[in-house]
Ligand binder design. Structure first.
Ligand SMILES: O=C(O)CCC(=O)C(=O)O
Ligand SMILES: [Mn+2]
Length: 217
């Protein structure tokens, strides 16, 4: 099943319905933030976040991630990353405003966020599931996008013929929930034409911040 759902532009906060044909739920809301809010948030985050390019281990070799990242969360407990324990950066006011808006709409309380900065069309994120045990059995993940439009691809982990993809536009919100992280992988592919930067925030609820490890390409 290959079907591309084009988001409707007719109403603000329009949802497309469940993007996944089975085994999980992913709901997309375009224009969740206004153009003015999106512009303001993009600039604030671009300038205020301590963006870093971090190394990861891939097939036993250390390589740099093809994007910049940052980690924010409730203060107190750290998480482990490549053998070292890191403390999340405490929330700034921009992130709190965004977090409160998506919490109100989704009914989910988030306590951490991974921030991704895609500098241009060459930055990307490989196929993965957000299924770390610290996120619990069926994690809800709230994903907010500002800046250039990028495509998120979904493929069923056990039946790779099942696919979908959707363009994540400036000011959009994608909520993944239910069994999604068991059954579906997602990725952000490179683009073959020049595009500007994009900021993505994935809000999560970590049940225990103590023993977290992450290795995404
Ligand atoms: O950039 C995106 O839209 C996806 C980010 C993502 O999947 C993640 O941070 O786990
Ligand atoms: Mn993810």
């Amino acid at each position: 099943m290959i079907n591309k759902i084009v988001p409707s532009k007719s109403k603000s906060n329009q949802t497309t319905g469940n993007l996944l044909s089975q085994d999980g739920e992913a709901f997309y809301f375009s224009e969740f933030f206004t153009e003015a809010e999106s512009q303001r948030y993009f600039l604030a985050l671009e300038n205020e976040v301590p963006w870093k390019q971090e190394p990861i281990k891939m097939f036993g070799k250390e390589v740099m991630q093809p994007r910049l990242t940052a980690w924010y969360g409730d203060s107190g407990k750290g998480y482990s990353y490549s053998g070292i324990t890191m403390q999340p950066t405490p929330w700034n006011s921009t992130l709190i405003q965004i977090k409160e808006k998506i919490e109100k709409s989704s009914g989910v309380k988030f306590n951490s966020a991974l921030l991704n900065f895609y500098r241009d069309e060459n930055d990307s994120m490989g196929w993965h599931r957000d299924n770390e045990k610290e996120l619990g059995e069926n994690p809800s993940i709230g994903s907010v996008s500002f800046g250039a439009t990028r495509t998120i691809n979904f493929r069923h982990y056990f039946d790779k013929r099942l696919k979908n993809s959707i363009d994540l536009t400036d000011g959009s919100f994608l909520l993944m929930k239910g069994e999604t992280q068991h059954y579906w992988q997602h990725s952000i592919s490179k683009k073959s034409y020049p595009i500007g930067p994009r900021i993505n925030l994935t809000f999560r609820t970590i049940l225990s911040l103590e023993t977290r490890s992450r290795s995404l390409n």
